[in-house]
Design a protein. Structure first.
Length: 210
């Protein structure tokens, strides 16, 4: 490994309730200082009311030294700006998030103005880190709007056949991955889960011992 290059770090989207998987959340918290951040997703977003269990986990993650990124679905630009901002504010007020993970972001340049407004609103709401999840390689202009772009999200069998561009501000999220799977981006996540809910599993490196 090049000694001048920062060590790889994990962006962990873990979409399980703390009451159902307390041991897994403890494993995340114990690894906090080695993580890029943790995506908090109480109810496909902040939800309709605060969840005390998620609030407690978010506090523990921050105190352990990791970013807490609030998950917000943007529906590929179809969700109204006001709804997205409301979700960002609920994440901040209920869970003390210090960043935003904006999901289902399109790749085409026609949506840049819409996401520039969202990015400005996220920063105004206190997001020190903004992540855009495109799931595929986006138009170049999106790099100016966020700290990190997710340029791949999908299964390992597809990922390992691709020759994808790599940059410090790119992140790859891979599921159905074997224990030795290692994405090529510095910030990444590879989990064993598959099917409709792969992000209900932790990266192999964080799975608590059984």
């Amino acid at each position: 490994m090049n000694p001048s290059r920062p060590a790889p770090s994990l962006l962990v989207p873990f979409y399980e309730h703390p009451a159902d998987r307390p041991e897994a959340w403890t494993a995340v918290i114990e690894s906090a200082r080695s993580l890029y951040g943790v995506v908090l997703n109480p109810a496909n977003g902040a939800g309709r009311a605060p969840d005390p269990a998620f609030a407690a986990v978010a506090t523990r993650i921050r105190e352990a030294g990791a970013r807490v990124l609030g998950y917000t679905d943007t529906a590929y630009g179809r969700r109204p700006h006001g709804e997205v901002v409301a979700d960002l504010l609920r994440h901040r007020d209920w869970y003390g998030t210090d960043g935003a993970f904006l999901d289902q972001v399109p790749t085409e340049p026609g949506a840049l103005a819409h996401y520039q407004r969202i990015g400005v609103a996220a920063r105004a709401a206190g997001a020190r880190t903004v992540v855009l999840n495109h799931g595929a390689h986006p138009a170049p202009g999106y790099a100016d709007l966020a700290d990190l772009l997710v340029t791949f999200e999908g299964p390992w069998d597809s990922y390992r056949t691709l020759d994808l561009p790599v940059a410090d501000h790119y992140c790859h999220l891979v599921y159905a991955a074997p224990p030795d799977a290692l994405p090529t981006t510095q910030v990444h996540c590879a989990v064993p889960g598959a099917g409709a809910h792969p992000w209900g599993t932790l990266p192999h490196a964080l799975e608590p011992a059984r």
